[in-house]
Design a protein around this ligand. Structure first.
Ligand code: C2E
Length: 407
């Protein structure tokens, strides 16, 4: 199988342009032996490279490139497969864009096309070349500092965790995980995550429940979430709970039940956010939209979680606008290294900014993921980087502190 990888990266300050020539001749030898084509563009700050050849060789060379300390912020832009080569000659060629006319570079790249049918103008790889040469995407290159430039210091103000024990009749428990604005050092909300009494996952708790049973149980267990919130003395803190969308549709009086339990536990509707997963098909969208209106009319805010993964996606935003959406870990994972994830998240942010919907990133585990997302305009985060869910308690939060460089 023939594989094409395109990436861009940032040159390190201490790398001289002269040393690039040595790098290119070494790479040319290595690529030649592996039957891989390399076309490298350099604009004085950024590299842009195409690698094309047998899948295993291209992947091995790309892995080696990612580990090279002469550049950083390596972002994979495209990984594609083709029946035959776009570019014929194996080895490595460098074009320094400061020394060549843009149109000449593009024409030279095009002339290198050796596919059976001439390299076509709307070929994705070629379009990527054009975009780089013309610098039209430059405002989307977020140059994030190395992970080690921040340290994460646990907030000991709430250590040890304030745990709460429910009576033995209670058949479920909740773990609490904060959603934070790290630079403002603010806890935006606490999310109550369903657990079995011994701390098992929501899937484990729902296992065995079928049809309407699971909707009824989903609603009933919120009683425990609100009671735990009262015992944890949340005061005005925003509390987020989860519901299957069809719970609101299938269980008569669901909204009134929630309002009643909120009041019994000394909370107010304005501090509650109900999150709906987008993973479940909403079969009666009108009834669901109506229930959401009732929640909002009572002062409860609404969020869509796992946004972009499920059945409704963007069309759900056209039907009703939530106050918040949560982007799931599948898109967040290694976002700093992935061009496709960056493009999708930027589109979600643009769309939500136009609609004044807050975006929350979920499952943030790495400092680089957090830094890239902050640069892109996300300010609210939930993830192990800051705090793990704590069973029946509020965990300590690790706040980021910028390291002062050693002089
Ligand atoms: P969610 O609301 O998006 O909750 C976040 C999930 O991501 C939680 O999984 C949390 O433990 C996990 N998480 C948070 N930070 C990280 C991280 O940095 N890395 C990784 N790998 N995971 C992280 P959990 O508790 O297993 O919940 C999974 C999903 O179950 C929730 O996603 C929510 O959709 C659903 N859920 C939770 N409680 C309830 C409930 O009471 N009712 C219903 N219907 N669904 C619930």
């Amino acid at each position: 199988m023939l594989t094409t990888i395109l990436y861009r990266s940032h040159i390190c300050e201490n790398v001289s342009v002269k040393s690039l020539e040595d790098m290119v001749s070494a790479a040319s030898r290595r690529n030649g032996e592996a039957d891989v084509t390399g076309i490298l563009l350099f604009n004085g700050t950024h590299f842009f490279q195409l690698l094309e050849g047998p899948d295993e060789s291209v992947s091995a060379i790309y892995k080696h490139i990612c580990e090279d300390t002469r550049h950083y912020n390596v972002v994979e832009l495209m990984r594609d497969y083709a029946p035959s080569r776009r570019f014929g000659k194996s080895g490595m060629e460098l074009f320094d864009l400061r020394e060549h006319d843009r149109d000449d570079v593009l024409q030279t790249v095009l002339d290198k096309g050796t596919s059976k049918y001439q390299l076509i103008y709307d070929d994705r790889a070629l379009q990527f070349f054009r975009t780089f040469v013309e610098s039209t995407e430059k405002e989307n290159y977020f140059e994030i500092p190395p992970a080690g430039s921040w340290e994460f210091i646990a907030d000991d103000a709430i250590l040890p965790p304030a745990t709460v024990t429910m009576d033995s009749q209670t058949e479920c428990s909740f773990a609490f995980q904060p959603i934070v604005d790290p630079l403002a050092r603010e806890v935006v909300a606490l999310e109550a995550l369903l657990r079995t009494p011994d701390g098992g996952s929501p899937e484990a708790w729902f296992a065995g429940l079928t049809g309407n049973e699971s909707y009824k149980a989903d609603l009933d267990c919120k009683k425990v979430a609100f009671a735990m919130a009262r015992k944890l003395n949340l005061r005005e803190q925003t509390l987020t709970v989860n519901l299957l969308p069809m719970t609101l549709v299938n269980i008569p009086g669901a909204v009134n039940f929630l309002l009643q339990e909120i009041e019994i536990n000394g909370l107010v509707p304005e501090q509650i956010i109900v999150e709906f997963t987008e993973r479940e098909i909403i079969s009666r969208l009108d009834a669901f939209t109506d229930a959401v209106r009732q929640l909002k009319a009572a002062g409860i805010r609404v969020a869509i979680e796992h946004f972009g993964e499920g059945f409704a996606g963007l069309s759900l935003l056209a039907q009703f606008q939530p106050d918040k959406i949560k982007i799931n870990r599948d898109l967040i994972r290694d976002v700093h290294k992935s061009g496709p994830r960056q493009a999708i998240i930027q589109a979600i942010i643009r769309c939500c900014t136009s609609l004044e919907i807050t975006v929350i990133a979920v499952g943030v585990e790495k400092a680089e993921e957090w830094m890239w997302l902050e640069s892109a305009g996300v300010y609210q985060f939930q993830g192990h980087l800051f705090a793990r869910p704590c069973l029946a308690g509020i965990p300590a939060i690790a706040w980021p502190e910028k390291k002062i460089p050693f002089i």
